[in-house]
Design a protein around this ligand. Sequence first.
Ligand code: 9D3
Length: 261
Amino acid sequence: MRIDVVSLFPEFVEQMAGHGVVGRAVERGLLSVHGWNPRDHAEGSYRRVDDRPFGGGPGMVMMVDPLRACLAAVRAADPVPAHVVYLSPQGRRLDQARVRALAGRERLVLLCGRYEGIDERLVAAEVDEEISIGDYVLSGGELPAAVLVDAVARLQEGALNDAESAAQDSFESGPDGQRLLDCPHYTRPVEHALGKVPEVLLSGNHAAIARWRRQQALGRTWLRRPDLVDPEALSRTDRALLEEFLDQAAGAGDSGGKTPL
Ligand code: 9D3
């Protein structure tokens, strides 16, 4: 897969392509990430890429022509047709289903805005899809682009080691379509001033451990992300596990103020 990132700070997104899972995917030839700066395609000695908004108001708007010339160069760099994504607060919110769909494309171009955003005529003419990463205000599309590159890189065949296997991730649904948060994790030492490791994890009883982890995952998801759990869709075993979890939490005086099952 090839990803081209158009940004006034192309080094930013390219940097991350040298580290961690993304870096390894690049080393393994599963992914390439290329940065492009629209300023390199701007005219005149000022190399201007932004201008004041028509209609007035604060801030600046990224001009059509430097971006259009830059995008033309990006498209010409490879014959594979590109799916062009504009990272923007007005976009559809990114989720794992969108990530999966984008990860299946052969080529992505990620457009990062700065200032108030990009002239709408460029968006209408060149952009296939607008994506936001959530309802909070950032200073530009570079962090969102980095988020997308990371999420998409993890899904490239061969990018993850067995230990990192994507199939086990929260937000990758299980066979029943349920997406659950992860269970708690512990490592050495067994005894610590901050507390002990739950006994069951030291028992060597793999069935009991699997049951405990499933119960923890169900319980935390119910308490922290009720939007992810459809009680009707739970299997009888999961329902029983969750009821037991909530009984124990209530016994410990820890209702969390959340909806009973
Ligand atoms: C404070 C500026 N706002 C005026 C009402 C609008 C605004 C313009 C540009 C807000 C943020 C941005 C820059 N953000 C992005 O380019 C962006 C973003 C984000 O801010 N949050 C979540 N996802 C994304 S994707 C791109």
